[in-house]
Design a protein around this ligand. Sequence first.
Ligand code: MRU
Length: 355
Amino acid sequence: MKGQPSPVEPDDPTGIRAVTWRDGRLDLLDQRRLPADVRRVVCEDVDAVIHCIRDMVVRGAPAIGVTAAYGAVLAARARLEADGAGWLAGFRTDVARLARARPTAVNLAWAVARMLRAAEAAADGADPVNALLDEARRLHAEDIAMNVAMAKHGANLLETPGSVITHCNAGALATGGLGTALGVIREAWRRGLVTRVWVDETRPWLQGARLTAWELGREGIPATIIADSAAAQVMRKDPPTWAIVGADRVAANGDVVNKIGTYSLAVNARHHGVRFMVVAPTSTLDGATPTGDDVPIEQRDPEELWEAAGGLPAGAEATNPAFDVTPAGLVDALVTERGVAMPPDEDSVAELLRA
Ligand code: MRU
């Protein structure tokens, strides 16, 4: 690639590189096979990127935003080669497809909109591909910086040492690096405020049991995997200080859309007096969507549900919503890189978006 040298690859504080741009290609850690098999998938064009997002080679709201940004670079490069000066029209079509790869996490559409603006600004410049690569790298580096800021804001809310509970994977694997909920947990652990992490296994895809437990284990942070349905019993017997989760989208009224099972965790937390923290960068806040019920919820293949049982019993049906809505009223703190909304509601979310 010609033109100005691009900024260096952002530094991932955990050493886990879920998303990397290397030698003009997008290199993803394959999250479908972790932790049994650590292998990478390389994308050379936008169709491969769309496939990897849909098939969850890469997953987690901020990580799919960063991936889409690099995917836009691949789209621009191919369109320039194929269409020359008229490349922008085809690029628009490609990135519209990219934005639809998964419906729920708003970071995907947010990143694509940002790359489209960058493409329009660079369209007539000497080297639009390099300009877009710079923008993708900036977005990636900003994501890591936001995680670092959120880690501090969130850890400041923990007052006494104790256990915490988390759901799904909101760690380095789900972001540009460090993580949202796991960023807070890492920082609080460093400060001596976390004695154990209860990790919901997160049926059916097992983001907790496979990915979160793997991330915590690498750093020696004590982690205990539990069945999702064991969370209430843990809270009753040995209450964690906080439940700490990420988000795929936060609606204008503060409702939180996150991995299926988050809602029941929040209900259980309220019942047992466990405070509930949602950690999400402002790229996850969606001021244009009034409530959680207005957010499209991805329905995944029901086969994911009966895989473990070895098959669907004759006559049974199954449905597999991948996300649920936690009403804002069940959330004690919404932590962003710009500060904390306690509690999140229409006013505090609007203020964070304005800040
Ligand atoms: O289906 P996934 O694995 O992409 O769902 C991920 C989640 O629900 C995470 O909790 C969310 O994206 C926050 S990640 C920082």
